[in-house]
Structure formats: C-alpha cells, structure tokens
Design a protein around this ligand. Structure first.
Ligand code: ADP
Ligand code: MG
Length: 305
C-alpha cells in the first residue's frame, strides 16, 4: 500500500470502487498467503481508502481469512514473474472453485505478457523470439532495418530498445539483452505508428471496458506512462473490436478476466495480465469510476462460484 500512487494505480481504483459499492476491501501481500490442511488462507488487513486526503489509506487489524469465505480475490502482483510469484499461483489455485479469482492463477502462470501474444500472431507485427544474435541481426534486415527488442520479463518499458542497421550500438544491445546468447528476447518489426501512441485497451471478461492512448515523449521510443508517456482519451476502432472478439474465447478459457492489451497502429504488441494499469486515466476521461464496472461484474460472478 505504501508504494501505491493514489491517483494513478489501478489497485487503488479497485479498492475505492469496492468500498463505494458497499464491500470491505481486505489487503495482503504475496508473503501473507498460505495453505494449511488443503485450504488457502491469507493474513489480511481491512483497508479503507480516501484519495482526497493526504493520508489516503488506513488499515484495520490483522486477521487470517480462508479465501473460500470471501467473495473475490484480485491478484495484482507486478512482474517480474519470479519463483515467489510462481508458488503464489499454485497456492491460489487451491482456492479455485471456492472464490472468484481475478485473474485465474493458472492463466497468470501460463500467460507471459510478451509471449502470450503468439497465440494471436495474425494481429501482431512481424515477430521473432530467440536468443541467437545472428538470427536477430538477419531479422532486423528482413523487416526493413528497423526493429524493437524487448526482454520477456520486463514491464513499464524496461529494457525495450530500438535496433537499426547502421547503429553501432546494435550488436551491443543484442548481446546485453540476450546475456551473450543465453536469454530469450522478443524482436519485433518497428511500427512507426507508435509516434501517435500505444493504445491500452482494458478488457473485462473479453469485453471492452475502455481505452487510453499513451503518446511517447518526443525523445523516447517507449510510450509507457512509467517512461513519461502522455495519456489522452481515445476510442476503440472497429478493427480492434474484431480482433478482441477473436481473442475473447481464449482469454476466457484461460481465466484472464481483467486484461490490458497494448495496440500500436492496429497491431497487438502485448497482453498485460499481471497488474494492467490505466483505469484511473480512463475514469478521468469518462468522468466516472470505471473500476465500479469491474466490481459490479465480480458481484455477479461471485454468486456463481
Ligand atoms: N513493435 C513496436 N514498434 C514500435 N514501438 C514499440 C513496439 N513494441 C514496443 N514498442 C514501444 O515500446 C513500449 C514498451 O513495449 P511493450 O511491448 O508494451 O513492453 P512493456 O510495456 O511491457 O515494457 C511501447 O509502449 C511502445 O512505445
Ligand atoms: Mg506495454
């Protein structure tokens, strides 16, 4: 809680919406989740938020709760997806069927945010995943001497770099990101439309919640808010809606309910599932708390588990 930004973080919007709809919001960290006697529990504290105040949240006292006894669990752990995260998904999976899990732990485990896009290749820019430097340099030539390389475990634009034939940093960038050929990276054709923005489309159970556009700084490739990207209002196009309709069955099957797609010039570049952001900016543009839609959805689906 101490590290969250009350006017930016999606988790805070979810807590505010939970409260606004008359529920209690309980908070814990991954280390507080445990399994005993075949059931998943968490050591939690009730949290009350009021983002109009400078001391914007207050905790109640600690209690242990059985996840099966609460209505819904929102898992919003930032990447990297490390061993602690992996084990957390296994613990949470024990509670499947006993409470509503957003997102499903097995879905979180299976869907690397960069690699999951490979199920939807028809919507992506030309893409290579490899750790082989020679293959990368050949790919950059093949796609018009301009590409983007990204680590598979990054977020917020971390480690995302441009690869251009003629740039004498190019070989060094590839060697650094692949750790001299030992670590896989994603290399993608550069999509020039990124200058007019990287669209974040928020989905709820395969349906569009809304979108924001993120314009990169004029001196940066990366549009991420974290990297100084500027946010503006934007609509979802018919082409994007058609793409989402094709993606939705797979997302539903994998229990990926609250998801943020990254789309540059109609091309899908990333499927964010761990802790997608952007709902506060969307709410500012809409003039209402869009996170309440998520909680309303959870109310309906909590009754069915
Ligand atoms: N294929 C691409 N063409 C142009 N720009 C890209 C491309 N892929 C990523 N970028 C830029 O890099 C940023 C971060 O890339 P992304 O794949 O979304 O990784 P993450 O957000 O997890 O760091 C994007 O917001 C965009 O500005
Ligand atoms: Mg992104």
């Amino acid at each position: 809680m101490e590290r969250l930004l009350p006017s930016k973080d999606t988790t805070v919007a979810m807590q505010r919406a939970t409260q606004a709809r008359g529920h209690t919001s309980l908070h814990c960290e991954p280390k507080d989740v445990f399994v005993q006697g075949g059931e998943t529990f968490a050591k939690v504290r009730p949290v009350t938020v009021d983002t109009s105040k400078s001391t914007w949240f207050t905790y109640g006292g600690h209690t242990d709760v059985r996840l099966g006894d609460i209505d819904a669990v929102f898992i919003r752990k930032d990447p990297p997806f490390d061993a602690a995260y992996l084990y957390l998904t296994h613990l949470l999976e024990v509670a499947r069927g006993k409470t509503l899990l957003v997102n499903d732990p097995a879905g979180l485990r299976n869907a690397n945010e960069k690699l999951y896009t490979l199920h939807f290749t028809e919507f992506m820019p030309r893409t290579l995943v490899t750790s082989d430097a020679d293959r990368i340099h050949q790919f950059v030539k093949d796609v018009g001497d301009d590409a983007v390389v990204k680590p598979l475990d990054g977020a917020g634009g971390a480690g995302v770099m441009r690869l251009r034939t003629g740039d004498d940093n190019r070989r060094s960038i590839v060697d650094t990101l692949t750790h001299e050929g030992r670590v896989l990276v994603m290399v993608q054709q550069y999509v020039p439309a990124v200058r007019s923005g990287d669209k974040r489309i928020l989905l709820l159970d395969g349906e569009v919640l809304g979108a924001i556009n993120r314009i990169p700084r004029s001196d940066d490739l990366r549009s991420n808010i974290h990297a100084g990207g500027r946010v503006e209002a934007i609509e979802v196009t018919d082409t994007e809606r058609a793409m989402i309709a094709k993606m939705a069955p797979r997302l539903r099957r994998d229990g990926l309910i609250f998801v943020g797609l990254d789309v540059i010039g109609d091309r899908l570049t990333e499927v964010n599932v761990t802790s997608p952001t952007g709902i506060q900016e969307l709410s500012q543009h809409r003039g209402r708390e869009v996170a309440e839609d998520v909680i309303a959805w959870a109310e309906q689906h909590a009754q069915t588990v």
